[in-house]
Ligand binder design. Sequence first.
Ligand SMILES: [Zn+2]
Length: 262
Amino acid sequence: MLVFAAIVPHPPILIPQIGKDNLKKLKKTVAAFNLLEEDLNAARPDVIVVISPHGEVNFDAFTINTNQSYSASFENFGDFSTRLRFNADLGFINALKGKNETKLPIQLVSELKLDHGAAVPLFYLTRKNNKRRIVPITYSMLNYQKHIDFGVALKEAIFGSDKRIAIIASGDLSHRLSFQSPAGFSPRAKEFDKKLIQLLKKKSVDGVVGLDPELIENAGECGLRSFLILLGAIQKMNYEFEVLSYEAPFGVGYLVGEMKFT
Ligand SMILES: [Zn+2]
């Protein structure tokens, strides 16, 4: 069964060895991750499905990493000391792939190292328990509806399993919120973040799928497709979307939100 679902950002600067003093500027996000970690532990999942934009992205297939185990480390960001290890849930991955063989394009890859889209949130969410099995998924460049469909398939696999499962949809909002933004400023970036958060609160899946492509393009986000998979997985469930934090101290929108099941 699905016991937990959340949306999280993934700036490597959140890792203490990387962020150092800059972490102070991400206080709200850190506090929200602390809350999220408590709620996750209270939900006692056996498995954490983590959806990331930054694994191996295939244009026309969803990607699942089927390595036996995974490592999370941050050498690319100058941190040579933080290192985490996780085990895979190959049984769950096989069930998800097997049930959808003819329906959805799913590509299996085998990579020891998790990308930072998965590794940063897992750093925060597994501090008290790193024994949970991990299922790393990377979204595709297929259209938005296909991501909803993949979410529905994920949900069916979750409810076909006797395990307690959490979904973490990892992604940042607009990368163009200020003149300091690494991706440059867009006057419509704020509008995108505001609109997306509103639609998430309203649980408007159609609204998110139907977002103006020009607005999305202007925003320069990386999280939308991760969130769509999650929305597909939970769309018929009763929940409230609670925003735990939103801030953009470096011109990139960081949203932490939890789907509270009722
Ligand atoms: Zn990203």
